[in-house]
Design a binder for this molecule. Structure first.
Ligand code: G3P
Ligand code: CA
Length: 334
């Protein structure tokens, strides 16, 4: 797709110059560092990632944190904090029963006492060397880091912000829209060329944000979500792009090998919707059978070859835990 994305549709598809195909570091360079740490983001930028991706959840006092989910036990040391033991509880979040410690029950001051740790120690044992080295970053801290790194490196680094569990947070009286837009304004980023993109699986929050910001909006789609003409027509009313599960573009056969591309990229581009795919990971465990190297699930397979298949399918962005490997593929394909 052209680097200038400007369509003639109802949201007037905010004109923006973007790097395409973009390599987006998913939760930072999370193949190499515990996810959603400043070190993970810095590592991704040092590797050359065009943008970083982060997920957002609020604290009890409405501060947005960079965390994939509001339950903090998987990626912090909260479980080892006796002073917070009484805050462990069970809730239903996005239809799932979850037990643990929740961001919306802790103040920022309490979250500041926690340190981060690797989510997948079995697959990524090397990352555990970085456990305990950092706290949980706030959105403000990440945006400040990106600004500093962009100046230092002389290039604009993009930021893809994903709003998590938005209906749930609406329900507990902590809607994320206002703190998010306020943060963008504080950092001078609430405009079409800021390099920030807002993403969500929740069409309700995206429709709510559409008249309130010129920042590009991306509808996330998972396997099983409708991607027919009616669905894409509806998305085009409020969004500028799609962030789709990799198998919606390149499905897998019954044997687990790569199948032929679907028509999704073509159908989206006809509506001036960009297409980013998530999440490309180098470990054999995550790769199609024909891109694995050796029997070890934690061993690295041919992510470059897999990424190349997505470039050939015409996608606009690769959201990946291993940005260095995807960047090599993009450079080779240029
Ligand atoms: O970029 C979209 C992708 O991050 C969605 O999946 O679960 O990693 O947030 P998840
Ligand atoms: Ca995400």
């Amino acid at each position: 797709m052209s680097v200038l994305t400007a369509g003639p549709t109802s949201r007037s598809h905010t004109a923006r110059l973007a790097v395409t195909p973009a390599v987006v570091a998913h939760r930072g360079a999370s193949g190499y560092r515990p996810e959603h740490t400043l070190d993970a983001y810095r590592t991704a930028i040092r590797m050359g990632a065009d943008a970083i991706e982060l997920d957002l959840v609020p604290t009890a006092d409405g501060v947005l944190l960079a965390r994939h989910e509001n339950e903090l036990g998987l990626t912090t040391d909260v479980v080892a904090r006796p002073e917070l033991a009484h805050r462990r509880t069970t809730k239903v979040v996005d239809g799932e029963t979850v037990t643990g410690w929740f961001s919306e029950d802790l103040t920022l001051a309490e979250v500041r006492t926690l340190t981060t740790r690797e989510r997948r120690p079995g697959l990524r044992p090397g990352n555990t060397l970085h456990d305990g080295r950092e706290g949980v970053p706030t959105l403000d801290e990440v945006l400040a880091l990106v600004a500093t790194e962009s100046v230092r490196r002389g290039r604009a680094v993009g930021v893809l912000l994903e709003l998590k569990s938005t209906a749930y947070f609406d329900g507990v009286g902590l809607p994320v829209d206002e703190p998010l837009l306020a943060a963008l304004r504080r950092h001078g980023l609430d405009h079409a060329r800021s390099g920030v993109t807002l993403m969500s699986f929740d069409a309700v929050v995206l429709r709510r944000l559409a008249p309130r910001t010129r920042v590009p909006l991306v509808q996330l789609l998972d396997v099983g979500d409708p991607v027919d003409a009616a669905a894409l027509d509806a998305i085009e009313e409020y969004a500028d792009g799609l962030g789709v599960h990799q198998e919606l573009v390149l499905p897998r056969t019954a044997e687990g090998t790569l199948d032929a591309p679907t028509r999704l990229v073509r159908d989206a581009h006809r509506r001036w919707l960009d297409v980013h795919v998530w999440t490309l990971r180098a470990e054999n465990h995550y790769l199609p059978a024909d891109f694995r190297i050796g029997p070890d699930p934690a061993g690295l397979g041919d992510l470059g070859g897999y990424a190349r298949a997505f470039l050939d399918a015409g996608v606009d962005g690769l959201i990946t835990d291993h940005p260095d490997l995807a960047l090599r593929t993009v450079a080779a394909a240029a």
